[in-house]
Design a protein around this ligand. Structure first.
Ligand SMILES: Cc1cc2nc3c(=O)[nH]c(=O)nc-3n(C[C@H](O)[C@H](O)[C@H](O)COP(=O)(O)O)c2cc1C
Length: 174
């Protein structure tokens, strides 16, 4: 796929089928993550955790699950069967590691689009996950690492339509 087309096809997918993403596609996505820029090139304090195991995925999904006001539950991972967590250690006072997370996750989202997959940046429900020590322990994060951001991908329930660039962000050209 042409780069511009992947850019236009990347969108937040909030409904995935149960079809599993292939190991090969997951590897391609992780390879793209490895090419992301990191502040000061510091790859020694960043970590990726790829969740593929269905049982573990359910543990994490349940730990993230959000309760609506009417008592029903919302799966904030949208049925995805693959999740990649970006964690870091020695998070600095200026929190630049969150910028690293954004760069890594965007590389993965664009690569997912290139592979014909849907994807979504995951942030909101991580607050709940972080508080669930039992679930977090199952991620085997290296000592001292904290979860900063996450990504999910899969086959979209609804067809992804290519978008045209609009005026999403107010832009001044000076
Ligand atoms: C830092 C960041 C955090 C986000 N967190 C979530 C999230 O927790 N759940 C979610 O469904 N979407 C999340 N999103 C996706 C945005 O809501 C989405 O990018 C935005 O609405 C624009 O839509 P688009 O991605 O389809 O272009 C996040 C995006 C970013 C950049």
């Amino acid at each position: 796929m042409e780069f511009k087309q992947a850019l236009r096809r990347r969108c937040s997918t909030r409904g995935f089928t149960s079809e599993r993403v292939s190991d090969e596609d997951v590897k391609t996505i992780v390879d793209a993550a490895q090419l992301a820029p990191l502040a000061l090139g510091d790859n020694k304090t960043s970590h990726l955790t790829v969740i593929r195991d269905p049982e573990l995925m359910e543990v994490i999904r349940n730990a993230c699950m959000l309760k609506r006001k009417d008592g029903t539950f919302l799966d904030p991972l949208f049925g995805a069967t693959t999740m990649i967590i970006f964690s870091a250690t020695d998070v600095s006072d200026d929190h630049i590691e969150y910028c690293n997370a954004g760069c890594v996750i965007e590389n993965m989202c664009l690569t997912a689009a290139d592979l014909g997959l849907g994807s979504c940046y995951i942030w909101g429900c991580l607050k709940k996950l972080r508080k669930n020590e039992e679930a977090v322990s199952k991620l085997n994060l290296p000592e001292g690492y904290e979860i900063l951001s996450a990504f999910v991908c899969g086959y979209p329930k609804e067809e992804i339509v290519e978008r045209t660039p609009g005026e999403n962000i107010a832009t001044d050209i000076l």
